[in-house]
Design a protein around this ligand. Structure first.
Ligand code: SF4
Length: 176
């Protein structure tokens, strides 16, 4: 594949990634490269794709280490990885919950005694505007509850105060 074809493919992947994230404009090439080099970053983008504030923050602040790794990847390799990675994303698209479930979960978090103000030296995600000085982090697991409650694979780690075998999200309580 020549350089122009690779460039076109890369642009197509930027458009495809934007579509997955619900964006009208292609994502910057830098974002695509970073997401491909850092699965955690890719996963976080997917999880917060319906949360404009978080998504904008993550798009504007790709992890610097991953970006450095990604910048050395040849375009042809990147395109192959992109295809694989995008397929994987499509497969995990079901890992986010419905708005109804999200509302039930986040309402429980908002009145939970475990909710904490994040400490300043924790995950960069905490530095999202408005998250730093508010009670926004689960004291049981350290997750930003707005993001955690959206993940289909996540569970509340605390027992419901009076409903047997349920957690505070009123879902089955699972021990590790
Ligand atoms: S996830 Fe559960 S324990 Fe953590 S803040 Fe939310 S309701 Fe509380």
């Amino acid at each position: 594949m020549n350089e122009n074809a690779n460039e076109r493919k890369l642009q197509e992947q930027c458009i495809e990634m934007a579509a997955i994230l619900g964006l009208d404009e292609p994502v910057p090439e830098r974002t695509l490269r970073t997401a491909l080099a850092d699965p955690n970053y890719a996963h976080n983008l997917l999880v917060v794709r319906n949360e404009t504030e978080y998504l904008t923050y993550l798009l504007d602040h790709p992890p610097p280490v991953a970006e450095k790794e990604g910048s050395d990847i040849p375009a042809a390799t990147l395109v192959k990885r992109a295809a694989r990675s995008l397929l994987k994303w499509a497969g995990t698209g079901f890992s986010t919950v419905s708005n109804e479930t999200y509302e039930r979960r986040i309402n429980a978090c908002n009145v939970c005694p475990n909710l904490r103000v994040p400490s300043s030296n924790q995950n960069a995600l905490y530095s999202i505007a408005g998250a730093m000085n508010n009670k926004s982090v689960c004291g049981k697991c350290g997750c930003v509850v707005k993001v955690k409650a959206r993940r289909g694979t996540d569970t509340c780690p605390d027992l419901h105060p009076f409903k047997t075998d349920l957690n505070r999200w009123e879902e089955q309580y699972l021990t590790e």
